[in-house]
Design a protein around this ligand. Structure first.
Ligand code: CP
Ligand code: NVA
Length: 308
């Protein structure tokens, strides 16, 4: 059993904010929380939530995680707090630092999250930006670990838009030495900085593959992962993206190209019959609901370290 420990970084804004060793320990800690082997009491500690975009899983799993750790949560709705009025981030961050012990923030521009963290004297967690979704990646690799025990020889193929979820999967995958393949339409490749960073971490072992050839990317893979074609904030591009991503659906024919024991992941919420079929979500290889559950344990582990 492992106890919560202080991370080298005060914030968790990116998958890059933790080392390989720290990810491995967080995953172990998450397993301990899942098996109810740990009883931590953060009485009087308060987690503040600022969500500029909708959320079901992230919001609720953070609230339940904090409650299980003995602390409480304040959900700051931007429309009823002064945040929606446009109070400067640097003012909000300094004030909330005096009330809350840790913050989880979901917003559009990653630079707004960085600005918040710059002024906050308390740890700040990325609860999703347009660039990254690192809490999701922790739960994803916890789910993969539960299935395959370790990450040796695991091939993870992400089919879809190379944005936030894909970027964090790439970085976390690189830190864990997992081969990551991204199959996306031309023009929807992951962030170039993320690609360079991952290749650096992989020490140029060619373990990150980005392609438009979906069948090639899926061939023999152990994990197939997808996300919505149009993310929050992209509502106006929906029609155009539906057209561009038309071939990028995880259906039974595509699953048949992967390893026979491959598991299927989706961060949710899903558009059934767009990026994934109903049959695949409900199929025997789907671990999508375990993955959603694992958000809770991964975040319990993360919070317990950031509050230590
Ligand atoms: N996967 C995820 O972050 O879901 P929510 O948008 O419901 O939080
Ligand atoms: N890429 C999606 C993820 C939702 C959890 C979005 O940003 O809307």
């Amino acid at each position: 059993m492992i106890k919560p420990y202080k991370l080298s970084n005060n914030n968790f804004l990116s998958s890059l904010d933790i080392s390989t060793d720290e990810i491995i320990k967080i995953l172990k800690l998450a397993e301990n929380f899942k098996n109810k082997e740990l009883n931590i009491n953060f009485k009087d500690k308060v987690l503040g939530l600022i969500f500029d975009k909708s959320s079901t899983r992230t919001r609720v799993s953070f609230q339940v995680a904090m409650s299980r750790l003995g602390g409480t949560t304040i959900d700051l709705n931007p429309t009823t707090s002064q945040i929606g009025r446009g109070e400067p981030i640097k003012d909000t961050a300094r004030v909330l630092s005096r009330y809350c012990d840790v913050m989880a923030i979901r917003t559009f521009d990653h630079s707004d999250l960085e600005e918040y963290a710059k002024w906050s004297t308390k740890p700040v967690i990325n609860a999703l930006t347009d660039l990254e979704h690192p809490c999701q990646a922790l739960a994803d690799f916890l789910t993969i670990k539960e299935e395959f025990i370790d990450f040796k020889n695991v091939v993870l193929t992400f089919v879809g838009d190379g944005n936030n979820v894909a970027n964090s999967l790439i970085l976390c995958g690189a830190l864990l030495g997992v081969e990551v393949r991204i199959a996306c339409p031309k023009g929807y490749e992951p962030n170039p900085f993320v690609i360079n960073k991952a290749n650096e971490i992989y020490k140029n072992k060619n373990l990150l593959k980005i392609t438009n050839d979906i069948y090639n990317a899926v061939s023999g893979a152990n994990v197939l992962y997808t996300d919505v074609w149009s993310s929050m904030g992209e509502e106006k591009q929906k029609e155009e993206k539906d057209e561009v991503f038309n071939r990028f659906t995880i259906d039974s024919d595509l699953v048949a190209q992967a390893d026979k024991d491959a598991i299927i992941l989706h961060c949710l919420p899903a558009y059934r019959s767009k990026e994934i079929t109903d049959e695949v979500i409900e199929g025997k290889n789907s671990r999508i609901f375990d993955q959603a559950e694992n958000r809770l344990y991964a975040q319990q582990a993360l919070l317990s370290c950031l509050l230590s």
